[in-house]
Design a protein around this ligand. Sequence first.
Ligand SMILES: *Cc1c(COP(=O)(O)O)cnc(C)c1O
Length: 428
Amino acid sequence: MEKKPFLTLPQARQIMQDIPTPFHVYDEQGIRENVRALHKAFCWNKGFKEYFAVKALPNPYILQLLKEEGCGVDCSSFTELMLAEALGFGGDEIIFSSNVTPAEDMRKAYELGGYINLDDATMDDFMADVAGVPETVFCRYNPGGVFTMGESKEGFQVMDNPGDAKYGMTEQQMIDTFKKLAAKGAKQFGIHAFLASNTISNEYYPHLAGILFRLAVRVAQQAGVKIAAINLSGGVGIPYRPEQTANDILVIGEGVRKQFEEILVPAGMGDVKIFTELGRFTTGPFGALVATAIHQKHIYKEYIGLNSCAADLMRPAMYGAYHHITVLGKENAPCTHKYDVTGGLCENNDKFAVDRMLPEIEMGDILYIHDTGAHGSAMGYNYNGKLHCAEVLLCADGSHKLIRRAEKPADYFATLDMSPWGDKLLNK
Ligand SMILES: *Cc1c(COP(=O)(O)O)cnc(C)c1O
């Protein structure tokens, strides 16, 4: 699939008049249209709801526009719950999917009336002790072993390793937990699983749905409980590489519907609600990191240095992840030069791209790093005293809005006790 920026050089320059690079920019219209397609794909299910994984892009303006489109939120920590509360999410608009859960987080989720998704069979007593027993409780499933689905037509294998993952509980533990919770007053139950990440395949969700629907039928019978919802969680991926093909959410929705009608409807469970917690799929392609080429060096390889670094986008350094790069204004220029595109951290893995063929880059060129709309800015950190960059919303009407200012030195120093040395650093 051709990787096309949603921003032109003139648009970037317009934003740069107010907000210097580097910044992440998000495409409001793209996000809205994508969520509408998701809702269309699952409109056959009356109770369908997307709970956006807040960790992917925890910005209130993004959460607000997702709220306007009918989404809820999937939170995993106290501060994510605080953000959800501030935006007016409550009750069945919140799912709390955490692990190694602190007591205060559990209490907060309970107080907000959100759905609580228990990661482990030891968590039901913990929840009851520190918070209470809600009417509906979810449990997270881990089937163990290796999860494979064969190769997609481009030869990308969908594979993950639940047997090695810290999340979820076994089938028997789920049955026992449901029984215990029912005895403590829970009225109905939900099942959740996240078995593979960033899948480029229209088959992942239908395959997962098949596993979870069959599990739901068995568990409902053996525990004697009502299953109200099945949460397919995240994991639907995006084509980071040009040679990958985007998932088709309408095909995915139809695939899940087929499993629903084959498994749940005959079991008398046709009223089960389908939930999703898509982060990457929802906002990933609709964000980009915009940075300026500020240095070049010619040693054993050719390097282009940007005024950004892994503190703004950690995925390449952390996972060796590929992020496509477009030099704005040179979209159609031939890719004749091989570069390592780097940030300025004192870490050799601080490279946005290695051996990447690009048009010839001049100092001052604006580089557009694709697909940073999920797990991009959110993973930012302050190593080397690097400061988080700004976030900008490209609004549907073509205007732009600063939705997170860049960090200042004062933000970085705010948690240090500088009082013996004066407050100079806190004024910068
Ligand atoms: C991270 C996460 C998600 C979102 O995953 P994506 O790959 O962004 O779709 C959803 N649910 C849970 C519990 C998660 O931890």
